[in-house]
Write a protein that binds this ligand. Structure first.
Ligand code: NIG
Ligand code: FE
Length: 402
C-alpha cells in the first residue's frame, strides 16, 4: 500500500542536502518547497518536487500545508497518579520549586491500581499523538520501591520502546537520610526487576536528589545490566550532573539549566546530547537554559517536554518549540530540528526525526503552510493529520478539506 502526500507547501525532511543557508538557517534542518512525499507501508519511499512525484495507490492533497517528521519527545514521566495543581498554584504565588514535591506523586502512584495507572499512561500517550508526537520516551521514578518501579516500567513498555528506569529519582521518605541504602537497592534488586523492561537508566543528579558518586554508581550498575545512561543534570543549580553524564557516555544530559563553561565544553566535545526542557522552566519560573551558548559551542541540542505532574505538566512539543524560539534565542529551524532529529539523537535513533527514503513513516501534516507557525501561532492546535508507521492515526481535517 502506497500513499502520495502532495501539494505540500513545505516538506521538512531534515536531509542535509535540503538545508537552507542564510538567516535563520540551522545545521541539520532541511526542507523542500512545493513538494511531495510517498509512504510505502511503514516507511518513506520517496520525497521530492511535487511535479515529479511518482504514482501511488492513494493520493492525499495537503492543500498547501506543511509536512514535518513526527515529533520525538525524548524525556517524559508519564507513569503517575495524583494531581499537583495546588503545588503549581503555590509556586505561582511565590513558593520555589523543590525536588521534594516528587514524594507527593510517589504516594499517589503507589496507591493507584494497575488499571488506573495504565489508563493514565494511555491517556497521556494519546494526548501526545494528537499533538504530533510519534516517538516518546517514558520514565519510571514515582514508584521508588521494587514492586512499584517494576510496575512502572512494565506499564511504560506497553506504550513505548523507549523505557527509562529512574529508580534514582529521589530517596523515598521511608529511607530517611539513608541515601546509601537506597542507592544499594536501586543498583541491586530494583535494577534486576526493572532492566528486562527498560532500555535506559537515568538518575536525578541535583540538589535534593543524588550526588556525583551516587549517580556514577547508579549509571555503572545500569550499564552492567545492559542499559544506556541518560542523566537529569543541572536543573536546580550548578553541579556535577553534566560531567557525570559525559564521563558515563550518556546519550543525553537533560535540563542543562545551570551550566559552567566546562559543562558546555564537555557537551560540545562528546556524543552526549544536551536536552533542553523549557516547559519545566515555564512551570517552575526558573531561568531558561542558554540554548545559544550550547549551539555556539557546537553541542547537539534536543527539545523535549519533561511531561510530569510536578514541574512540567504539558505534552506539547509545539509549546516547547515556541518557548525555545521566543525565550531561548533558537531560530524556528533550530527548534524544529531539536524537536525531531535532535530528539532522535538523544534516543540514539536514526529511523525517526527525518523524512528521507527509508525513514519510518511518522508524518505530521500541519494545518499551516510552514514550520514557522509552530512558534508564530503559540497555543493554537495546528495538527491536521498524523501518520505513524505509515498508518493514518490522527485526522482532524474536515471532510470539505480532504
Ligand atoms: O524532570 N527533575 C526531576 N524530575 C522531574 C520532576 C518531577 C516532579 O517534580 O515530579 C523533572 O523536572
Ligand atoms: Fe524529568
Amino acid at each position: 500500500m502506497s500513499t502520495l502526500i502532495t501539494n505540500v507547501a513545505e516538506l521538512v525532511t531534515n536531509a542535509p542536502e535540503h538545508a537552507a543557508h542564510g538567516a535563520g538557517g540551522a545545521a541539520g534542518f532541511g526542507a523542500l518547497t512545493r513538494a511531495a512525499l510517498v509512504i510505502e507501508d511503514a516507511h518513506v519511499a520517496w520525497c521530492g518536487p511535487a511535479a515529479k512525484a511518482p504514482p501511488a495507490d492513494e493520493v492525499v492533497d495537503a492543500g498547501g500545508r506543511a509536512v514535518l517528521p513526527g515529533f520525538v519527545d525524548s524525556h517524559a514521566h508519564l507513569v503517575f497518579a495524583g494531581d499537583r495543581s495546588a503545588e503549581f498554584a503555590a509556586r505561582m504565588a511565590g513558593r520555589p520549586y523543590q525536588a521534594g514535591g516528587i514524594a507527593a506523586t510517589v504516594s499517589a502512584t503507589r496507591a493507584a491500581s494497575d488499571a488506573q495507572l495504565r489508563a493514565g499512561v494511555r491517556r497521556m500517550a494519546g494526548e501526545m499523538l494528537r499533538q504530533g508526537t510519534t516517538t516518546f520516551e517514558c520514565k519510571s521514578g514515582y514508584g521508588l520501591d521494587v514492586p512499584h518501579e517494576r510496575r512502572s516500567v512494565r506499564l511504560a513498555a506497553e506504550v513505548t520502546d523507549e523505557v527509562t528506569y529512574l529508580g534514582a529519582h529521589v530517596v523515598p521518605p521511608e529511607f530517611g537520610d539513608d541515601t546509601d541504602a537506597y542507592v544499594d537497592l536501586v543498583c541491586g534488586p530494583m535494577l534486576a526487576a526493572c532492566a528486562p523492561y527498560s532500555r535506559w537508566v537515568d538518575v536525578f543528579c541535583d540538589r535534593g536528589a543524588f550526588g556525583a558518586d551516587e549517580a556514577r554508581a547508579v549509571l555503572a550498575a545500569g550499564r552492567d545490566a545492559g542499559l544506556v545512561p541518560r542523566v537529569h543534570a543541572c536543573q536546580l543549580g550548578p553541579g556535577p550532573g553534566v560531567q557525570v553524564a559525559v564521563e558515563a557516555g550518556a546519550a543525553s544530559a537533560d535540563h542543562c539549566t545551570y551550566l559552567s563553561d566546562a559543562d558546555v565544553a564537555s557537551l560540545a566535545s562528546s556524543g552526549t546530547v544536551a536536552t533542553l526542557l523549557p516547559a519545566a522552566e515555564f512551570s517552575t519560573r526558573q531561568p531558561y537554559p542558554d540554548a545559544r551558548r550550547l549551539l555556539g559551542a557546537g553541542a547537539t541540542v534536543a527539545l523535549a517536554t519533561d511531561c510530569n505532574p510536578g514541574s512540567s505538566f504539558t505534552s506539547s512539543m509545539a509549546l516547547c518549540i515556541a518557548l525555545a524560539v521566543r525565550e531561548m534565542g533558537m531560530t524556528t529551524q533550530e527548534a524544529v530540528w531539536a524537536a525531531t532529529t535532535g530528539g532522535a539523537r538523544a534516543l540514539r535513533r536514526t529511523d525517526v526525526g527525518h523524512l528521507t527514503p527509508g525513514a519510518r513513516a511518522d508524518v505530521l501534516l500541519l494545518d499551516a503552510p510552514s514550520h514557522v507557525y509552530l512558534a508564530y501561532r503559540p497555543g493554537v492546535p495546528q495538527v491536521a493529520a498524523v501518520w505513524r508507521d505509515g498508518e493514518l492515526v490522527v485526522d482532524t481535517r474536515s471532510t470539505a478539506l480532504r
